[in-house]
Design a protein around this ligand. Structure first.
Ligand SMILES: NC(=O)c1ccc[n+]([C@@H]2O[C@H](COP(=O)([O-])OP(=O)(O)OC[C@H]3O[C@@H](n4cnc5c(N)ncnc54)[C@H](O)[C@@H]3O)[C@@H](O)[C@H]2O)c1
Length: 263
């Protein structure tokens, strides 16, 4: 898939790693300009070294609105415009309502939900000046349904999905589209530890009809499609990309059981 992003500029939060980094690579290889907003300075600077003309880096904690305003000011200064934002910065959480430490709950909501709002609020004024564009917020299938022991993450990602809908409604008149992308299991540093455990990996993969975890590039392809004019009528929605995992009612595989029984 080849989409030309020449002359365009984007903000990518969490762009130093995983899904965000795959988006940055795609955009830069296809002529686009990017401001990477992340707290992983080393990985951010490596992207700048790889694409010195097209990628700028700003140390940005997404919980800090002023830092996002600075990242957008850098886009204005370096590239003179902003055509969209991909909000991928995020962390996971562990623990149900009784287990999760209060400070962990607040941290996850602060990064995964407030961080998306901060980035959109900072990006919109420059996008308006640039004539519009497209925002893609990276939510999760964990925002669509519940998971065992992911209380804060489930709450934050559901918030990102519904916030993306309202963003799409509010700014359609400004020629700005906004959508959420909801990945399932993707192999990135975020999931590296749990899926390094064979039992966890095998169980997880067995629930995915396509029989594999997704790659960051799988998600990046959907994201850049949503950024592009090819997606010009897609607005205010949430798109699941999970290899089919969420399509199941989780009922027993009756034909499989019968076959195993020799019938
Ligand atoms: N990997 C998966 O299976 C999966 C599934 C569904 C959704 N997601 C979501 O995709 C997004 C990207 O995750 P990933 O898998 O690429 O993980 P990742 O850990 O590879 O990348 C996350 C990036 O966010 C950055 N970050 C973390 N806290 C930050 C903060 N306070 N301010 C700025 N940057 C911060 C990290 O430095 C990192 O570069 C996240 O929002 C995650 O919740 C991932």
């Amino acid at each position: 898939m080849d989409i030309d992003f020449s002359g365009k500029a984007y903000l990518v939060t969490g762009g130093a790693s995983g899904i965000g980094a795959a988006v940055v690579h795609y955009l830069a290889r296809h002529g686009g300009n990017v401001v990477v907003a992340d707290i992983n300075d080393e990985a951010g600077r490596q992207l700048v070294d790889t694409y010195p003309e097209q990628v700028a880096y700003h140390h940005t904690d997404v919980t800090d609105f002023a830092a996002l305003e600075e990242a957008c000011a850098l886009a204005a200064q370096r590239f003179g415009r902003l055509d969209g934002a991909v909000n991928s910065a995020g962390i996971g959480s562990l623990g149900n309502t009784l287990e999760i430490p209060l400070e962990d709950w607040r941290k996850v909501i602060d990064i995964d939900l407030h961080g998306v709002f901060h980035a959109c609020r900072a990006a919109l004024p420059l996008m308006l000046k640039s004539g519009g564009g497209s925002i893609v917020n990276i939510a999760s299938i964990s925002g669509v349904r519940g998971d065992h022991g992911f209380a804060a993450y489930n709450a934050a990602k559901a918030g990102v999905i519904n916030y993306s809908r309202t963003l799409g409604l509010d700014h359609a008149k400004d020629n700005i589209r906004a959508n959420a992308v909801c990945p399932g299991l993707i192999e990135t540093p975020l999931t590296a530890v749990p899926i390094s455990i064979d039992e966890v990996r095998n169980d997880w993969i067995s629930r995915i009809p396509l029989g594999r975890a997704g790659s960051p590039e799988d998600v990046a392809h959907l994201v850049v499609f949503l950024l592009s004019p090819a997606a010009s009528y897609i607005n205010g929605t949430a798109i699941v990309i999970d290899g089919g995992m969420g399509s199941s009612n989780n009922q027993p595989n009756l034909p499989g059981i019968i076959a195993d029984m020799g019938g």
